[in-house]
Design a protein around this ligand. Structure first.
Ligand SMILES: Nc1nc2c(ncn2[C@@H]2O[C@H](COP(=O)(O)OP(=O)(O)OP(=O)(O)O)[C@@H](O)[C@H]2O)c(=O)[nH]1
Ligand SMILES: [Mg+2]
Length: 286
């Protein structure tokens, strides 16, 4: 079967709204979204098939200064995501100071996505667009607001222009390359990152040990890794309250996502310095 396909990578500073945009474009929550920096840790592919066009979007970790092996592997995955794609969406948070050093070397066509326009006065947009236009030869500049669902159709329209006739790469109903366990872990990690403060969220990782459906209930066992005993105490909380809240929030999302009753059990384990441990990073798919 022949179809038009476009491979699109989504890059930009941390917290610009890349994962929010991916989820909104494909209409499924596959990537964690939080107000904290460095939420996304690896490449996540989201697929949307609309009529005769298949959009393959690759969400990436945000640009940041890497200090751990995890950080370095995050930066590498941005570079890896650039090979073999037809188009790059560079997502920029319009409330931030204009800077573009991250993309000067990209030879692929780049569309600039100015996100979070709900947060600025209308009059401020045009000068920002003019300033960016001087910095790079963008194919086009699209102002959007993911939270207000404003401009997302334009993003799809512009991406479609770069689609080429190909065989069907993914079944029409497929919307991600993530395994079921990875999707579950991402939902739990999102709730943890929301709940935790300071440096703790960046030191947590989630591994789903088992997930099986028995008599219309989805039983999930997960391990939450953290880097210190003190962090373990924070994650569990007084009388286990913190962990309970996180698990309840994750369970509600999981039940919506999988449309089945969920029984979620989480254990917290300390693995010192796991962000610099190749073996653990490998096991976590990072
Ligand atoms: N006001 C507003 N907030 C937004 C918009 N889009 C995303 N956000 C918020 O911005 C924050 C970061 O969003 P993410 O989607 O996690 O950003 P990201 O670029 O994937 O971040 P990293 O994975 O850390 O690189 C979240 O709190 C979002 O809710 C928008 O259009 N308007
Ligand atoms: Mg992200």
């Amino acid at each position: 079967m022949v179809i038009n396909t476009v491979f699109v990578t989504i890059i930009g500073r941390t917290n610009a709204g890349k994962s929010s945009m991916l989820n909104a474009l494909i209409g499924e929550k596959i990537a964690a979204v939080t107000p904290k920096p460095q939420t996304t840790r690896t490449k996540i592919t989201g697929i949307l098939t609309k009529d005769d066009t298949q959009f393959v979007f690759i969400d990436t970790p945000g640009f940041h200064k890497a200090t751990t092996k995890l950080g370095k592997s995050m930066l590498k995955s941005i570079n890896d995501s650039l090979s073999g794609v037809d188009l790059v969406l560079y997502v920029f948070d319009v409330t931030r100071k204009i800077a573009l050093e991250d993309i000067v070397n990209i030879t692929k066509p780049v569309i600039l996505i100015l996100n979070k326009i709900d947060l600025i006065e209308k009059g401020k947009l045009l000068p920002i667009m003019e300033e960016f236009a001087k910095l790079h030869n963008f194919k086009t500049i699209l102002p959007i607001s993911v939270v207000c669902n404003d401009g997302l159709a334009d993003v799809l329209d512009e991406c479609e222009k770069f689609a080429k006739e190909t065989p069907l790469y993914f079944p029409r109903e497929k919307f991600t390359d993530q395994s079921e366990n990875m999707l579950i872990a991402e939902i739990i990690r999102e709730k943890l990152m929301y709940a935790l403060d300071d440096e703790v969220p960046h030191g947590v990782a989630v591994s789903v040990e088992s997930a099986k459906e028995i008599k219309d209930v989805f039983h999930i066992d997960a391990i939450i890794y953290c880097e210190r005993e003190t962090h373990k105490g924070i994650i569990i909380g007084k009388n286990g309250q913190m962990l309970k809240t996180v698990c309840t929030k994750a369970r509600i999302d999981l039940e919506t996502f999988f449309n089945i009753q969920v029984n979620l059990k989480c254990w917290v384990k300390v693995k010192e310095n796991w962000r610099n441990n190749d073996g653990i990073l490998h096991n976590l798919g990072l």
